[in-house]
Design a protein around this ligand. Sequence first.
Ligand code: AMP
Ligand code: ZN
Length: 114
Amino acid sequence: MSTCIFCRIARGEAPARVVLELPRVIAFHDIRPLAPVHVLVVPREHVASLWELTDPQLAGELLASAAQVARQLDLERGFRLIANTRDDGGQEVAHLHLHVLGGRSLGPMLARRV
Ligand code: AMP
Ligand code: ZN
């Protein structure tokens, strides 16, 4: 069995504050929130990152789930979706996840440094 932390959360073996549960997708609050709302949308099956995501059905379910989380948590003023991918993307947990961030104005997308 995988020891990946998001696989363990998806199997109910590790604790999480879950906000959405679907057959192929789970969403839960980030343990170190960077905004008033910071939720992670995660496929239940282990996909290492967006680089490895080849299933368009699952891709659609992840995106639709992120939108559902935003509606559920009243982010009608707006929100940001982030998928840190591999090393240059700053990915720390090697199980694909979308960050849903909101609840305040989030400022510029990135520091202006090319
Ligand atoms: P990333 O840099 O995109 O890989 O982000 C990984 C995110 O996972 C970080 O924001 C962490 O705070 C979050 N995280 C790590 N472990 C857990 C956990 N057990 N429950 C909830 N969030 C977690
Ligand atoms: Zn995993």
